[in-house]
Design a protein around this ligand. Structure first.
Ligand code: ZN
Ligand code: FE
Length: 238
């Protein structure tokens, strides 16, 4: 069971709860107070944090939540040194148990060099941090465009129905850029209308899914690393 809630200015917090084992993970820790409140509201005890990368809006609540709950912090091996309070690391392709769920760690370098995603086949869901956004992708702070192209390719290869939980609400701004480079894409046009309606009602556009991003997201549709790099640079200057 997955719960999504807004945090900070444009982040999302996520809780992953297994009702059988009663384990509960927060995906990243953008806001310790809000994460605690959400757990209390649902009657959950927070047992884990799964970190996607080391940026402050993703690890900022780690130590406070760990101190309060004595929880276990899981993260990517490649970012071990930069994730506060980290207890357990996994690498690309590792699968670990979380109650009834198998969780696949997928290394997705590009936004940061240690960035990872968490894929849960049983829930047809993936937490992708700042790698893939609805109609966009993360900025290249540490990795190359070729790395990010490969990382997005790994997510693109997930089943079409996979729900994609992105860590920020950037859909309308991303969509404005997407329409500027792909103005006649009817799937993109329709998706933007839906996203505008959702935002006008104060609702999240997240999760998106792989099928939709394949049809509407220019970064997912890029044919090669060069095309991807050109798009990413154009978006940085948009
Ligand atoms: Zn980030
Ligand atoms: Fe972020």
């Amino acid at each position: 069971m997955i719960h999504i809630f807004p945090c900070l200015s444009d982040n999302y917090g996520f809780l992953l709860h297994d009702p059988i084992s009663r384990l509960t993970a927060s995906i990243d820790s953008p806001d310790a107070t809000e994460i605690d409140k959400q757990c209390t509201d649902h009657g959950y005890t927070l047992t884990h944090i799964f970190n996607t990368h080391h940026h402050f809006d993703h690890v900022g609540g780690n130590l406070e939540l760990k101190q309060k709950h004595g929880l276990t912090i899981i993260g990517p091996k490649d970012d071990e040194a930069r994730i506060p309070g980290i207890d357990v690391t996994y690498a690309d392709g590792d699968i670990f148990k979380f109650g009834q769920f198998d969780i696949h760690m997928i290394a997705t370098p590009g936004h940061t060099k240690g960035h990872c995603a968490y894929y849960i086949p049983k829930l047809a869901s993936a937490f992708v941090g700042d790698t893939l956004f609805a109609l966009g992708c993360g900025r290249l702070f540490e990795g190359s465009a070729a790395q990010m192209f490969d990382s997005i390719g790994k997510l693109r290869a997930l089943p079409d129905a996979t729900k994609i939980y992105c860590a920020h609400e950037y859909t309308l701004a991303n969509g404005a850029f997407a329409l500027s480079v792909d103005p006649h894409n009817e799937d993109l046009q329709a998706y933007m209308e839906t996203a505008k309606d959702l935002r006008a009602q104060g609702q999240a556009t997240i999760p998106t899914n792989i099928a939709r991003e394949k049809s509407a997201n220019p970064f997912v549709r890029a044919k090669n690393a060069l095309e991807f790099a050109t798009l990413r640079q154009a978006k940085d200057n948009f």
